[in-house]
Design a protein around this ligand. Structure first.
Ligand SMILES: [Mg+2]
Length: 235
């Protein structure tokens, strides 16, 4: 007997008043992987780190910092974000210096360091053409303002850019999503939040009373009812 297909849940139709996107991993992606960029920058600074070790240590320390954020009840700030990335750079690269950290920090403030996949650009344009309010809600820091402002496909999001380090609370904290609601100017139930992180985006937005869709590009989260493999599916 052929098993019943797993119910995948309905993708909320794009008839919402507002759609907010997570940034990294949802509508922007590093043009080159962070660990590659770290290794190249380290070499310019006279170091010779092992690329595999840099990659492993970068992501291991990223997770350490996530745990620290939870202990801080999701409180954040521009100072905290700089401290996070400084700590990650120093953990990933033996012999890292403040000058190396500064180079890496400012690199990822530049639009050229990021790409917007065509499906994301087309999704944003489609929503704008339908008169849907669009915005962005990100745990990245104020560097995002320059990236969004300097990237034509993202400019429609610029007026409603909610950045955790400026709000003071990061996703999935409820105060972050309250700031999204204020930016959207409508009820939470009229907002669709789209992101790639199960806890920060999907459950965070759902707990705030929004509709949520998980961008699950690699099909890892079968248990999430509302998910898409590509933003092209958000019709
Ligand atoms: Mg993300």
């Amino acid at each position: 007997m052929v098993p019943e297909p797993q119910p995948r849940g309905l993708t909320p139709p794009l008839c919402m008043k507002a759609v907010f996107f997570d940034a990294v991993g949802t509508v922007i992606f590093p043009a080159r992987s962070a660990s590659e960029v770290y290794v190249e920058a380290a070499r310019r600074h006279g170091l010779d780190p092992d690329p595999d070790a840099v990659r492993a240590r970068l992501w291991a320390h990223f997770r350490v910092e996530e745990i620290r954020d939870r202990e801080l009840n999701w409180v954040t700030s521009e100072v905290r974000e700089q401290e996070r990335w400084r700590s990650i750079v120093f953990a990933a690269i033996d012999g890292a210096t403040d000058a190396l950290f500064a180079e890496l920090y400012y690199r990822f403030a530049q639009p050229f360091a990021w790409i917007v996949p065509p499906a994301a650009a087309e999704c944003i344009a489609r929503l704008v053409s339908r008169g849907v309010v669009v915005g962005m809600g990100s745990n990245y820091d104020s560097r995002l303002e320059g990236v969004v402002g300097g990237t034509p496909a993202l400019r429609p999001l610029r007026e409603r850019l909610v950045i955790s380090s400026l709000v003071g609370i990061r996703k999935p904290g409820s105060a972050f999503f309250e700031a999204v609601v204020r930016a959207a100017g409508c009820d939470p139930s009229d907002i669709l939040f789209v992101g790639d992180d199960v806890d920060n985006d999907y459950y965070g937005a759902s707990a705030a009373g929004m509709r949520a869709v998980l961008l699950d590009e690699h099909g890892k989260h079968d248990h999430i009812p509302h998910r898409v493999r590509s933003l092209a599916e958000l019709e």
